[in-house]
Design a protein. Sequence first.
Length: 147
Amino acid sequence: MRKSRPVNILLIEDNPGDVRLAQEAFKEGGFNVKLDVVMDGMEALRFLRKTPPYEDVFTPDLILLDLNLPKKDGREVLSEIKTDPKLLCIPTVILTTSDAEQDILNSYNLHVNCYINKPVDFDKFFDIIQKIEDFWIRTAILPTMIN
């Protein structure tokens, strides 16, 4: 079943290769997805808080967050998202190469909705993105965000 309006996804990822793979995977998924991309933690928070130059963006329905980011890492971004009353209900998925037990535990302690280890293999990465899309768009019921 397709949603009538686009599902707004914010990808917070500094690796251009992973960004391109995610864009292609979402394009092939067949869902009505609007994918916004920011490349560092500071930019992510500006986007989410709609500060310049992001005053007119839609609030994302889903956030895909890498932990290892420049300027402000994903751990700090997650902490700020989950302590901000305007952002905390946005489902947030950690998508990172880190499989460190401490990162996993800390992320769940900060109320991440899901933690996924990002595969380095092209086909496996593509498959993970499509599974994220299938679950979070087709199966889960996302909160309606007020823009």
